[in-house]
Design a protein around this ligand. Structure first.
Ligand SMILES: Nc1nc2c(ncn2[C@@H]2O[C@H](COP(=O)(O)OP(=O)(O)O)[C@@H](O)[C@H]2O)c(=O)[nH]1
Ligand SMILES: [Mg+2]
Length: 354
């Protein structure tokens, strides 16, 4: 064996390399190290802390909660923007251009994604990463895809906690992209101040958003890809959208949403969207809606978390799991009513809860 490379002879190691290896080995930091690292805007530590709060290992829960609680007083000072729209509408492209616009003004931007399907379709995340090439390199931007292998409830809770950590690390604008399928819009809407819907002309899904109730949540709609041959079509959709918005009831925010065209290729309309968002924030801060909405969101997440945990505890209870299988059959065969059976199962659960 070559004596030079022997572990007992570390003199031959480049000290910088050795330090890196030692640092990598020391994966686990103390909660104090995490907290001070986040507050001093150390991005490496921020990333590690997010990984810790995303962990499903019960041994990590106490540390994660300590870190989140320590970050809370430093959080809450950002603007949170939710972005939705069908896959391919140009959400990531929009975030890249808008994000660059914000960082060029000295803002610090964190981009998070809510994608409960990411464990199945890694593609969407990879696509996002490559499409935000410029923003990824920007030292005033931080991009973090959502935790994979999670239910929507799990992803949503962790995203909310990630917002807290990013805010404590000094990010003043948090942008959250949803995949635009399923229920993820509702989750993102309930953790952001401003909700932007990205649409495209001619995809046949202009009306989908109305059907699915997403237009009602939107504070603004951008008709993206308004470039080349598509400009006229996009303008037409804009007019249609503005007409449709007119029929929606007045929003509690006192804000009247509007549709505009934009292109992430030509940057047309980006400044206008930026202005709309600023106006919205100013107007809702002035009329008290901004703070009221955040307080309501906190309450919503409190109840949501209790719901989730109770449900999980109930369905994971060994006695319930066994009884549930039998009860399902009994209910299918009309041997008992679903309501009486549910009552019985709940009683069994509470009696056997340690
Ligand atoms: N012509 C045109 N193409 C765009 C525009 N914005 C995005 N795209 C393209 O549309 C595709 C989907 O974009 P992406 O941002 O990944 O959409 P997402 O799935 O909504 O995040 C990509 O190929 C983009 O290059 C635009 O303003 N004009
Ligand atoms: Mg995307």
């Amino acid at each position: 064996m070559n004596k030079e490379a022997n572990e007992d002879n570390p003199k031959n190691f480049n000290p910088a390399v050795l330090k890196k290896i030692q640092q990598a080995r020391k994966m686990r930091l103390s909660t104090e190290e995490y907290i001070s690292g986040i507050i001093s805007a150390d991005i490496t530590i921020l990333s590690k802390a997010i990984t810790l709060i995303e962990s499903n290992n019960p041994n990590d829960f106490a540390d994660a909660n300590t870190i989140i609680n320590a970050c809370l007083p430093k959080a809450n000072k950002s603007i949170r923007i939710g972005i939705t729209g069908v896959p391919g509408a140009g959400k990531s492209s929009f975030i890249e251009v808008y994000g660059k616009h914000l960082t060029s003004q000295g803002k610090k931007v964190a981009v998070l994604t809510i994608d409960p399907s990411s464990s199945i379709s890694h593609g969407s995340i990879l696509g996002d990463k490559t499409r935000m090439e410029d923003l990824v390199k920007d030292s005033n931007a931080f991009i973090r895809p959502s935790a994979s292998g999670e239910t929507l409830g799990g992803v949503a809770r962790k995203t909310r906690e990630t917002i807290t950590l990013c805010e404590a690390a000094g990010f003043d604008t948090i942008i959250i992209e949803t995949v635009g399928v399923g229920q993820s819009e509702t989750a993102v809407h309930s953790m952001t101040d401003f909700f932007l819907l990205v649409q495209i002309a001619g995809a046949g899904d202009e009306l989908q958003a109305i059907k699915r109730g997403i237009m009602e949540m939107a504070d603004a709609i951008v008709i993206n890809k308004a470039d080349g041959d598509n400009i006229e079509k996009a303008k037409l959709v804009k007019t249609e959208m503005n007409r449709a918005l007119h029929y929606f009831p007045q929003k509690k925010s006192g804000w009247s949403p509007k549709a505009i065209t934009c292109s992430t290729k030509t940057n047309e309309g980006i400044l206008e969207v930026s202005q709309i968002i600023s106006e919205y924030i100013e107007s809702t801060k002035n009329n008290g809606f901004f703070d009221r909405k955040r307080a309501e969101q906190n309450e919503y997440w409190l109840l949501e978390t209790i719901n989730e945990n109770l449900k999980q505890d109930f369905f994971n209870h060994p006695q319930i799991q066994e009884a549930l299988e039998k009860t399902k059959k009994a209910v299918q065969n009309d041997e008992t009513s679903p309501f009486a059976a549910a009552q019985l199962l709940l009683e069994t659960y509470f009696k056997n809860k340690s």
